[in-house]
Design a protein around this ligand. Sequence first.
Ligand code: BGC
Length: 807
Amino acid sequence: MSSRRKLPRALPRIGLAAAVLVAGTLTATYVGASGPGLDGFSDKVRGLVADMTLDEKISLVHGDKDPADIGEAGYTPGVPRLGIPALRLADGPAGLRLNEPSLAMPAPVALASSFDDKLADAYGATMGKEGRALGVDALLAPTVNSIRVPYGGRNFETFSEDPLVSSRTAAAETRGIAGQGMIPVVKHFAGNNQENDRETINLNIDERTLQENELQPFQAAVNAGAGAAMCQYSNLNGKPACANSDLLQGILREQMGFKGWVMSDWRMSLSSDAMNKGMDQEMPAGTYFKDELKKAVNDGKVPQAALDGSVARILGQMERFHLLDKPAPRPARDLAAGTRTAQQVAESGAVLLHNKDKALPLDGSQKSIAVIGARARDPKLGGGGSSHVQPKEKPTAPLDAIKSRAGSGTSVTYEVGEDPAGAAIPDSALSPGFKPGSGLEPGKQGAFYDGRLTVPTEGDYVLNVKATGGGGFVQVDGRTSALFGDTITTGYTGLTVHLTAGTHKVVLFGYSDYVEPLRVDLHWITPQAAQASIDKAVAAAKSARTAVVFASDDSSEGLDRPNLSLPGHQDALIKAVAAANPRTVVVLNTASAVKMPWLKDTAAVLDMWYPGQKGAEATAALLFGDVNPSGRLTQTFPADEDHTPVSGDPSAFPGVDGQVQYREGIYSGYRWYQKNSVKPLFPFGHGLTYTSFAYSGLKAARASDGGLDVSLTVRNTGSRPGKETPQVYIGPSPDVKVPQAQLALAGYSKVALKAGESRQVTVHVDPQQLKYWDTGSHSWHTGTGVREIKAGPSSAELPLTAKLTVT
Ligand code: BGC
C-alpha cells in the first residue's frame, strides 16, 4: 500500500445537476466493429472475443477497483484465464498522476508555445516511458481541445486557438507517447472548450466550425496513432458527446478512420444505450456498463454484436501495443533525461512578450535585484485538476535559482508583495466564526459554511482558502471564486472581490476525497493589509537596480476564470513597483491570456506559463540570457475584456439557459481579431528574442503532394545565437463563396541560427491547409485560384508576400 494519500480520481460535479439522459429505446444505430463479424480484427482478437463469457466481456468495458492501487485514474482487471492482462490508465497531459511522485512537466500550453515538433515528441516520450516504468498502460493525454476563450479553465492543459499548431503538437506528442509502448488517449472528443457547466451545457457548433477548428487536432492524433479517445462531458448540438452516433460513429470512425476505442470521461450519467451510440467503455466504474448493460444485452436492447465490437476495439489496441503478448519488461525510469526534457520545454515554450530598451537579459551590471512575489518562493508548477502532478523532486524556488545565477557580487533581496495566505478572518468580522479545519467528511460534497462577513471600509478584499482532502469554491454575494484544493495549488487560492462597507453573504462549497475528510482554512487579505505589503515591496524595488516581480493565477479544471485579471492585488503591486523602479521585469506564471494594465510602465514581461518542476532553473536561464527566448503565443492576448470574440454576448460564453452558441463560427482566435480589426494586446504568433532576425526572398511553389513549398531566407542580424519561427499564412480562395479567414496559419518551422548566420528555410504547406469544409458535400474541398501567401515572425508582422495559383 502506498503511504501517500489518494487523490480524487476525477473532479466531482460540484453544484451541478447531473445531465439527465433518458434511456433511449433501441434506435439501432448500432455500431458494429469494423465490419460484420469483426472483420478487420486479427484472428487472435476474434478468437478471444469468441472465447469470452458475457461477464468477461463486460469486465473489459467498464472500470473497476485496482487491488494493487497505484493511484491511477482507471483500471480494468483483464481476463487472466485467456491471457488478457489488467489495463491501467493514468492522467495525464502534464506528467503522470499516480501515488508515486512523478516528473511534473511544463503545462501543455508551454509545450505548444515552443512551436517545436521534436520537443513535443520528446515530451510525449518522456511521459510514455515514465508511465510504462510506473506500471501504466494507457496515458490520458494529449488534451487537444481548442483554446476558444481566454477564460477557459483548462487552457493550460491544451495547446492553441489555431488548429494547425494544435494538430502538429498533438501528432508529435502522440507519436512520442506511442513510441514508448504506451497507449495515447486523445481527449476530450469533442468541444470541451469551457469548464463552466461542462456536464450539462449544450454546445451549438456549426458543422464547418467543428470540422475546421475543433476536430483537426483529433484527426492529427488519430493519424499519429492514438489508441483510444475520451469523449467529453457536454452535449454537442443537442446530443451527449458520449452517446452520439453522428459524432462517434459518423465522424470519429467513418470520416476520421479511427480504429481504437472510445471511453467516457470520468463519472458521467449515461445509460447502457451509449454503447449503441458508439461509446465502448465506461470509466472509472461500472455504473451503467455493468449490471444494466448485462440486462440490456440479455434483453436484446444492446446487440451482442455491439458489445463484441467494443471488446474487440479494446483488445485490438492492447494487441497493437503488445499487451496481449508475453508481457514485455517495463523500462527503467530515466528521470535524468526526463528532467532535461522538462527544462528544455520550459525554456523553449516561454514567451518574451515585452522588452523595452533591452531590459532583458539581466547582465553583469545588476549589483542588486529585488525579487518580489509569492511564486518566487513557492513555485507554480502546473494547473489544477486531473492533470495535477506531485513532483518527483523538490522544485527549486525561482528566488534561489536567481540568487545562484546572479552570484555573490549581486545582492538579491526578497519581498512577498502579496502573500495569498493573508491572515485568518477574525470572529469579529465573520458570523458565525469559521473554525480552522472545518470541512466535510470523506466522500461528501455540498455547502459546508454559510455566514456573513462585515467589512468596515470599501475596497478589494481577497478571500483565500487552503484545503486538504479535497477542494471547493467560495461565493461572496453570489460571486464565485476559482477552485481551491490540494490538487489545484500548494497554497491559498480563492476570490478577489470588491466590497462596499457593510455585511456580505459568504458560502463555502466543497467536495472531499474518498478516504480523507476535507479540511479547510479560510483567510483574507484586507485592502489595508495589501497596501502594507505593497509598500514593503516598493521600498525593496526602490533600493535595487532591477525589480523582478512574479505574478500568477491558479487556473483549474472544473471552473473557468471569472475574469482576465491577475487574482488578488497583483495588478496594484506591479503598478506600484514599476512606478518605483523603471527596470521592473514581470515573470508570469499564468495559464492563458491575462490583462496587463501596467504593461507600459514595466521594462519587460516574460510568460513562463506553468513551467513544471524545472521552471525555476529555466526562468533564471532566460532572465540572464543563458538561453535566448524563442516561444511564440499560440493564442491571442486581448487588450481587454470588451474586445474578445465573446465579449458582451453571454450566449456565446459562458452560455444562457444551458446553451452556448459558437457565434464566431470559423473566425476563432486571431481570425476574429483580423476580421473585426480589433487590435489585441499581443497577437497570435508573437514572441521576442534577445537577438534580431531579418526576412527576405519569399518564393512559393506547388509541392509534389499537392501542397506548397514556401521558401524564404532568415538572417540572424543580432549578436547572439537564437531560434526563429518563420510563420506562413495563406489568404482566401477567390473561387470559394463561403466566409474565409483573411489569413490562416498554413505552415511554420523553427530554425536555430548563430549570430550573423543566414539560412534558406522551406516551410511545407500540407494540402489540408489549402482546404475548407464544404457543408453541401460534407467533405473537404481545395480552395482554388490565386491565393496570397504571407510570411514573417508573427500573425501581425508579415513582411513577405507572394501570390500563387492553387488548382
Ligand atoms: C477529466 C479527464 C481526466 C479524468 C480522469 C476527468 O474529470 O475531464 O481529463 O482524464 O477526469 O482523471
